[in-house]
Write a protein that binds this ligand. Structure first.
Ligand code: F6P
Length: 352
């Protein structure tokens, strides 16, 4: 515990980066220091830096002028300290050495889970949700999603013009391993002809049927949007380990789909894996806004001494949910989601 009257918190960003991390850091640090007079230890490279004791007191100039910047000024890593007892000891040691009153963890599902482990280990924690996948459980929206959606939709638009010119089938692979929010939304916004997401396992003969129907009706090209975590109906029955073993060293979802189509039809197909361009770049205004709201909520929670929460958007409200209720879960696209229903009505196929 920090014995002086001034509250001091540590802040880290963990997991894959997402546009909006810097606005969130700025929001929480400004509110915490200017409004509540707190001190801030900026921890480098997520949980790795916490374990290794790499942190420093932040000055206002550190978190000023960063609202428009992509990535994270603190750096990030995919460190999983709770797999190793020694690392957990070091993490707790550094929390105490820096005399923190709270640890603020900005990150996705994995970070939410690790924040909860920290809570169980006796630390005061607050989690702030970010991810381009929008799969953090407990919040309607995480920041990062809207920026990635813009990049992915722009790519689907671009693929349309080249697909139409060459009368080809263009397959765009979009990030999202366990949840297909980004593929679904960019597919709908970009007018994709087939959208394949992890939540709806696909049957390649149904995909073929849809492509053939389009050709028969005069549309000589198609754009397919596939999430990186998409699986066939048969593969969806495999557990995680068996699936990984089956496709070890093999190309990603879009290439699998291309091979499956080639095996059953004479299609001229091309693949475009969007990859990390979806995660990079300057956050769009919505993400800057949401990140700022989440950050200032985090500061308010600390000022009130409310620890052990994950900040969340619920409708138009910024709320806080107990970490123990939300950690370890994934927010997938529900089967009856309105957007799936309306896309189907508008002629988009899902391969099911
Ligand atoms: O940020 C989430 C995510 O983009 C997933 O969609 C993707 O599977 C993963 O990150 C890949 O990230 P990395 O290569 O950094 O581990």
């Amino acid at each position: 515990m920090n014995n002086s009257k001034t509250k001091r918190f540590g802040i880290l960003t963990a997991g894959g980066d997402a546009p909006g991390l810097n606005p969130a850091i700025r929001g929480i640090c400004k509110a915490a220091s200017l409004e509540y007079g707190m001190e801030i230890v900026g921890i480098e490279d997520g949980f790795k830096g916490l374990v290794e004791g790499r942190g420093r007191l932040l000055r206002p100039s550190d978190f000023s002028g960063i609202i428009h910047k992509g990535g994270t000024i603190l750096g990030t890593s995919r460190e999983r300290p709770f797999k190793d007892e020694e690392k957990v000891k070091k993490l707790i040691y550094n929390y105490n050495k820096w005399e923190l009153d709270c640890l603020v963890c900005l990150g996705g599902n994995g970070t939410q889970k690790r924040a909860n482990y920290c809570r169980e280990a006796g630390l005061n924690v607050i989690h702030i949700p970010k991810t381009i996948d929008n799969d953090v459980y407990g919040t309607d929206m995480a920041f990062g999603f809207h920026t990635a959606l813009e990049a992915a939709t722009d790519a689907v638009d671009r693929l349309h013009t080249t697909a139409a010119s060459h009368k080809r089938i263009l397959i765009a692979e979009i990030m999202g391993n366990s949840a297909g929010w980004l593929a679904l939304y960019s597919g709908i916004a970009g007018g994709a002809d087939v959208i394949i997401i992890p939540e709806i396992p696909y049957d390649i003969t149904k995909v073929k049927g849809h492509l053939d129907n389009r050709m028969l009706s005069g549309s000589q090209f198609s754009v397919i949007v596939v999430a990186e975590g998409a699986k066939t109906v048969a593969d969806a029955k495999l557990d995680r380990k068996a699936f990984r073993k089956k496709y070890e060293g093999q190309p990603s979802a879009a290439f699998r789909l291309q091979n499956e189509l080639r095996a059953i039809g004479n299609y001229d197909t091309r693949v475009s894996v969007l990859g990390y361009v979806q995660r990079g770049g300057s956050p769009v205004p919505y993400d800057r806004m949401l990140a700022t709201l989440f950050g200032t909520k985090g500061a308010e929670l600390m000022a009130k001494g409310k620890y052990g929460y994950s900040v969340a958007l619920s409708g138009m409200d910024i709320i806080a949910k107990p970490l123990k209720e939300v950690a370890g879960k994934t927010k997938q696209v529900p089967a009856d989601h309105l957007s799936i229903k309306s896309a189907k009505l508008a002629g988009t196929a899902f391969g099911d």
